[in-house]
Design a protein around this ligand. Structure first.
Ligand SMILES: [Zn+2]
Length: 469
């Protein structure tokens, strides 16, 4: 498939989505900063204030989340009813003692005071119930939580529908990407798993029409052509610093794929492959499981992939992993749809991430990775995720938005005057300062991972080819 020269780029936003996303206790005010910067850089259609100065640069088309995709019934496509009931109930805020956005940052004009009221009036039974859903500590109840979960789910599902209807090639959904939420439990500041819901929707509605020739080969051109369809192949690629436990576990399978695949009745591939590249260390969230370790190439099912990394992974290491692990898998899986979770907590200076040493610019940097994704020419959604240094997160996601649009931008690009301008002191540029920590990844380990993934890619190719015979 040839990449379209000018991809049609959509951008999920509404004022209400931004307002409720601003209330997320782990990221108070982040959504305003991200969208405010992207808007000020004039990367969006429709919300340019000064129309007299419109130039001919490509812009993303703003699409509001369709609220019909965030109803209770929609959330129940993955989550349990008791959990959704607990999320949807109107309650007073429960105050977290730990607020990762509160200290250590200079006071800023956008830091709205978190609306807090303790659960003093709640019964012990209610607190126990909230504990059962993990709706305490890192994942406290807040006043706009019911609206928040509905709109965040609707955002990613709206992005999926734009791809399914062929109304966009790329969709940016910076308020989505809640990869830790489980079926009936919040986790890691995530309440609703918009990603799992989106992947399920793409699996269900994204069937791919195929031409078969008389030999039964896909895309045949000779006589006896007949149309068939097959389930889509979808790639979920997670670049957040944390392991994508919520998404990966939702799609774990125990199905056995023999190596090599049998000629008779080969098992069909799943629709969704998950692939997480993350920091892993004792005590680092989420707790390690066999699935978050480096994928064993001889596992029965090579569709839940992981490359764990040591502290301070540099862009050089990301580039090696990209070329040695990601590219071979994408080539063999040949996905029809891709969702990239682009948490920015792997950048330096992130209070929660702490072990990040990635960069926005340069080879192997965040922008470079997304430029490689663009070259694949697939229908793609990019979501947000973690990112607790809000100015840097806004800079990173704005840079990626510009890159998807082929708009020139670099670390020297000045921050335009807008509501959040003061928060970009002292540089007032798009620069995200590079990290200076030593990358603790052993080059031999990285090389070994690349060799393992080269082998996994051959297995995946065998499975895909078997499914098309
Ligand atoms: Zn994270």
């Amino acid at each position: 498939m040839t990449p379209p020269t000018t991809p049609r780029v959509s951008y999920i936003w509404s004022q209400e989505l931004q307002d409720v996303s601003d209330d997320l206790p782990s990221n108070i005010g982040r959504s305003s900063m991200v969208h405010g910067l992207i808007k000020a850089l004039e990367l969006l259609d429709e919300i340019i204030e000064d129309k007299a100065h419109i130039d001919n640069h490509p812009r993303a088309q703003v699409v509001a989340p369709d609220e019909d995709l965030g109803t209770g019934d929609c959330l129940l496509k993955y989550h349990d009813k008791e959990y959704i009931d607990a999320l949807s109930e109107q309650r007073p805020d429960s105050s977290p003692d730990y607020d990762p956005t509160a200290p250590q940052e200079p006071a800023s004009s956008s830091s709205r005071p978190a609306k807090r009221a303790r659960l003093d009036g709640s019964s012990a039974k209610e607190i126990q119930e909230l504990d059962g859903f993990n709706l305490t500590h890192d994942n406290p109840i807040f006043t706009t939580l019911p609206k928040y979960v509905s709109l965040v789910a609707a955002s990613t599902l709206t992005a999926c529908r734009l791809l399914l209807r062929d109304e966009a090639d790329f969709v940016l959904c910076w308020d989505g990407g809640r990869h830790h939420a489980k079926k009936s439990e919040a986790g890691g500041f995530c309440y609703v798993n918009d990603l799992v819901l989106g992947l399920l929707l793409l699996s269900k509605e994204g069937r791919i029409k195929m031409d078969y020739n008389s030999e039964g080969q896909e895309h045949g051109t000779n006589g006896n052509k007949r149309m068939k369809s097959r389930p889509p192949r979808i790639l979920y690629l997670d670049l957040d610093l944390h392991y994508s436990d919520g998404v990966s576990s939702a799609f774990h399978s125990t199905k056995v794929y023999p190596d090599p695949m049998p000629k008779q009745k080969p098992p069909k591939p799943p629709s969704v492959m998950t692939f997480s590249i993350h920091h892993l260390a004792p005590g680092f969230y989420p707790p390690a499981t066999p699935w978050s370790e480096l994928t064993n190439p001889w596992l029965p099912t090579p569709f839940s992939l992981a490359v764990p990394l040591r502290a301070y992974t540099s862009s050089k290491t990301y580039k090696t992993i990209w070329e040695g692990c990601v590219e071979p898998i994408v080539k063999s899986w040949d996905p029809d749809f891709i969702i990239v979770q682009l948490g920015s907590d792997g950048l330096p200076g992130d209070r929660v991430g702490q072990y990040g040493n990635w960069s926005v610019e340069g080879e192997g940097g965040m922008k470079w990775c997304i430029q490689q994704v663009k070259k694949w020419g697939k229908k793609t959604i990019i979501t947000g995720g973690g990112g607790y240094n809000h100015p840097n997160t806004a800079r990173a996601w704005a840079s990626v938005t510009a890159a998807v649009l082929d708009r020139p931008m670099n670390s020297e690009t000045p921050i335009p005057h807008h509501d959040h301008f003061e928060e970009y002191a002292h540089s007032f540029t798009m620069e995200v300062l590079e990290g200076h920590m030593d990358d603790e990844n052993d080059p031999e380990y990285i090389q070994g991972a690349c060799e393992d993934f080269e082998y996994i890619a051959t297995r995946v190719q065998d499975i895909v080819e078997s499914s098309l015979r």
